[in-house]
Ligand binder design. Structure first.
Ligand SMILES: Cc1cc2nc3c(=O)[nH]c(=O)nc-3n(C[C@H](O)[C@H](O)[C@H](O)COP(=O)(O)O)c2cc1C
Length: 458
């Protein structure tokens, strides 16, 4: 029977639970730091998603986190396994399944319109780090229309709650940043609507790099292998996923900006002095029993999403010019700044060309470690072993100064100008015997892994 994906967060959570990929915590926990740190610590251990049944200060509210915190669970969302995840993802992102319009959906169980909206009371929005100055929505998917063409699309953008009915939104990447720029030029308001707790395809598609002019909900449908059901928003001219947990609607005035309060970002540092557009909220809708979805920043979930979306794009682009590039893994905790790249055997000069190309694909990437086919780029100990045994800094190091880097790298120069680094940790193939990795035969590995599975779950 053909696999049909998950329609909403609830059915995905049921699937995760059946596969021991979701645990429930009944103990009361504080959305100010405790839940955030638990999500970080669990993600670091490769642990499951968590449903918090008792959120302090929000009687009856449920919160879920670490949903996409491991490639295992992202693979489950796409009905595949870890080994086939990248290929399945790349294939589906090129397909399109248009959303289907429906008249009603569970996200409209409760509809609250201004002046009755009170975000601070209705949402158990979290404080994520010790020095964060305000609660943020970290995995909100925001929808808007291109003011010129009317095309609707979406993206994941961090949102800070300022008051009972205002929020700032960090609109730094396309397509939404482009929509706002056009609205500003035309001196028009930009209507937006934010979905919290989306179906897995919508969440993943929101961070997919795609050509302009595409409605990312069509990619969400392709990822889920079923059309996303959409309903008209209440107060803005947008179509929203009917199966979401919450929808917040509002308007951005073209030239109104507000300072975002300090916040610990995906890069692992506190961002300060950021000025962002303001959303004036017009309505809040939600399910009868909504589940508030949380994503801890600088965590395994951030890593997994960056690796999937940015890493797969880098791999696809590099492969077109350099077919000997086999895999790209964005290293954990680096916010897409370091790529471990696996190469098929090829002359060093071609490898160096590919390293320089990958370093120039986007501003976030700062270093590339090139490894051989026998190294798993997703295993930090193997990458470090390759560095220890196959790399000589005076021979294999590439430095390219004065390139555009990330503007949030505090070690970079003015406007993010940075020095990028390539490390070629491949061995010369004519000396294979000197570099052979010690190992045991595959049949022994298989037998031992069965014994391990019976005795140790880690
Ligand atoms: C975990 C995560 C958080 C993100 N947060 C933001 C954000 O706060 N602001 C922003 O402009 N882009 C953010 N992005 C990037 C965009 O949502 C999206 O990935 C990017 O725009 C790529 O798609 P595009 O082709 O539409 O540019 C985030 C991406 C990820 C993976």
């Amino acid at each position: 029977m053909a696999w049909t994906g998950y329609e909403n967060l609830n059915s995905f959570m049921e699937g995760l639970k059946k596969s021991d990929e979701l645990v429930e915590i009944d103990k009361e926990m504080d959305p100010g730091l405790e839940i955030a740190h638990l999500l970080k610590a669990l993600g670091d251990r490769g642990g499951p998603a968590v449903l918090f049944n008792n959120v302090r200060g929000f009687l009856g509210a449920k919160m879920v986190g670490n949903i996409m915190g491991h490639r295992r669970r992202i693979a489950m969302a796409l009905g595949t396994d870890e080994l086939r995840l990248t290929d399945t993802f790349v294939e589906r992102v090129q397909q399109r399944i248009a959303p289907t319009e429906v008249d009603d959906g569970p996200v409209k169980d409760i509809v609250i319109k201004e002046p009755d909206v009170n975000l601070t009371k209705s949402l158990p929005a979290m404080i994520h780090h010790e020095k964060d100055a305000a609660p943020y929505l970290t995995c909100a998917v925001t929808f808007a229309r291109d003011p010129e063409t009317g095309l609707q699309s979406m993206g994941m953008h961090r949102i800070q709650i300022l008051s009972k009915n205002t929020m700032t939104i960090c609109l730094a990447s396309p397509p939404l940043a482009g929509f706002l720029a056009k609205a500003q030029k035309m001196d028009k308001d930009l209507e937006v609507a934010v979905a919290l707790g989306s179906d897995p395809g919508t969440m993943i598609a929101s961070v997919v790099w795609c050509p302009s002019g595409v409605d990312k909900l069509e990619i969400a449908g392709a990822l889920n292998q079923q059309s996303v059901k959409i309903i008209p928003a209440e107060t803005v001219h947008l179509r929203m996923p009917s199966q979401a947990q919450y929808i917040i609607e509002g308007v951005i005035h073209p030239n109104e900006l507000a300072g975002e309060k300090q916040f610990g970002d995906s890069s692992g540092i506190y961002v300060k002095d950021v000025v962002s557009p303001v959303i004036h909220v017009t309505s809040l809708s939600h399910r009868g029993s909504p589940i508030f979805q949380e994503l801890q920043t600088w965590s395994a979930e951030d890593d997994a999403l960056f690796d999937l979306s940015f890493g797969s794009k880098m791999l696809q682009d590099a492969k077109q010019i350099f077919p000997f590039v086999l895999d790209v893994c964005l290293a954990k905790g680096t916010c897409a700044a370091q790529a471990n790249v696996k190469f098929a055997p090829v002359a060093a000069a071609y490898r160096r060309a590919a390293i320089c190309y990958i370093l120039s694909t986007n501003p976030f990437i700062k270093s590339v470690i090139a490894v051989d086919e026998d190294i798993d780029p997703r295993n930090p100990s193997e990458v470090e072993w390759a560095l220890a045994t196959r790399f000589q800094a005076d021979r294999d190091l590439i430095l390219i100064p004065n390139l555009q880097g990330s503007i949030i790298d505090p070690s970079a120069g003015p406007s993010g100008i940075t020095c990028k680094m390539g490390i070629d940790a491949n061995y010369p193939k004519e000396k294979e015997a000197e570099f052979e990795k010690i190992d045991v035969p595959e049949d022994v590995k298989k037998r031992v892994s069965k014994i391990l599975e019976q005795h140790y779950k880690g």
